[in-house]
Ligand binder design. Sequence first.
Ligand SMILES: Cc1cc2nc3c(=O)[nH]c(=O)nc-3n(C[C@H](O)[C@H](O)[C@H](O)COP(=O)(O)O)c2cc1C
Length: 322
Amino acid sequence: MKTKITELFGIKHPIIQGGMHHVGFAELAAAVSNAGGLGTITGLTQGTPIKLANEIARCKEMTDKPFAVNLTFLPSLTPPDYPGLIKEIIDAGVPVVETAGRNPAEYLPALKEAGIKIIHKCTSVRHSLKAQDIGCDAVSVDGFECGGHPGEDDIPNFILLPRAADELEIPFVASGGMADGRSLVGAMALGAEGMNMGTRFIATQDAPVHQNVKEAIVNASELDTRLVMRSLRNTERVLNNEAVERLMEKEKALGADLKFEDIIDEVAGVYPKIMHEGTMEAGAWSCGMVAGLVNDIPTVQDLIDGIMSQADEIINSRLKNF
Ligand SMILES: Cc1cc2nc3c(=O)[nH]c(=O)nc-3n(C[C@H](O)[C@H](O)[C@H](O)COP(=O)(O)O)c2cc1C
């Protein structure tokens, strides 16, 4: 399938794996890229420039296809060494960077000068237009359904995608709630040039996370996610568990007085325990409503092949027969 996104990134299928903390390691990124999509290493999980350089080198050993690095810009008291991380990305010749979080404008000149394509992930039309203005090559439009941070506007993709299509000149992919060939064709009907998936890619044999995480997604329904940290204006969609119930009790009790320190046990440093040790009640972890559509743990190759053949069947037989 040829779209503006496959052309822009030099990939076979218009399917991107979004950056995911403690999930987006070289194994997953390489598997997605080898299957014809665009895999992504999560920069901040590596943390230091030298570790990121090693992870990029590992990925290059596993694939000769293009892959991306995600750089998430979060407000932080001790910010990561972004210039150092960017230098390693440039030196390694990584062709694509997925930016997310706050406005990445100050880092764009260095990346663009090196010929790197930038796809910025954001949750509103106004932020998408801003990304276009500052020179991003594409946008990943992340609807309210998404796992992770859906922003504060709560606009689902059935509205957000056609709104983006009406306003944007640069190409965009649909993100949030995407799982299969139906998602891809639906997103493209609404104006997207491809799709970005997070949660669906965790429940694959290639994702380097504990089996308990994959099974938790398979066992979850579309009713099992919760929004937390809304009062901190840092809303996150997570899979419900004991830690999340505890967190929500604190939110209810403290209301507008809630501070990050009040919920530190439930949210800080929990990813390694969950993703690598499989301790599922250790804290709150991002998961999309799309868990309701995830019923198996295929290889990434089988997942992507299945998506593309289902999309083909929908376009060339189901829709044609109407
Ligand atoms: C476990 C998990 C961790 C994530 N971590 C990040 C991250 O570090 N940076 C980022 O930009 N997005 C992150 N995301 C968001 C994904 O890249 C993607 O935008 C989102 O999962 C799309 O929604 P979906 O889960 O419905 O497919 C994360 C998502 C999940 C599920």
